[in-house]
Design a protein around this ligand. Structure first.
Ligand SMILES: [Zn+2]
Length: 97
């Protein structure tokens, strides 16, 4: 099928239902083990919804406090491309310097 690749492409953009829980749990674990992760940041979709625009990309959250993605009011739902990114210890130190 000619458009099969497109179908696959869109499927990959869709977040799994438990995206937030699963991702945040992984980061939480990375923090607990004395690992390099100090928190989580949100990187917004380039053409994100209004709600996402109000989130600061510089803010570092504890996984327990991070807003759940996709944001409840996002019109794109699970196709929203706002994602979590781990904040590593060395990044944090650079920020403080
Ligand atoms: Zn969004």
């Amino acid at each position: 099928m000619a458009f099969e690749w497109l179908d696959t492409f869109y499927r990959k953009l869709e977040k799994p239902e438990d995206y937030a829980e699963r991702t945040l749990a992984a980061y939480r674990l990375g923090m607990q083990s004395g690992g390099a992760i100090v928190g989580v940041r949100i990187v917004r979709d380039k053409d994100c919804c209004q709600e996402a625009r109000e989130i600061s990309e510089d803010r570092i959250y504890h996984p327990d406090e991070a807003p759940r993605l996709p944001l409840p009011g996002c019109p794109k739902g699970r196709f929203c491309r706002c994602v979590y990114r781990p904040v590593m210890r060395y990044e944090d130190q650079e920020g403080d310097a």
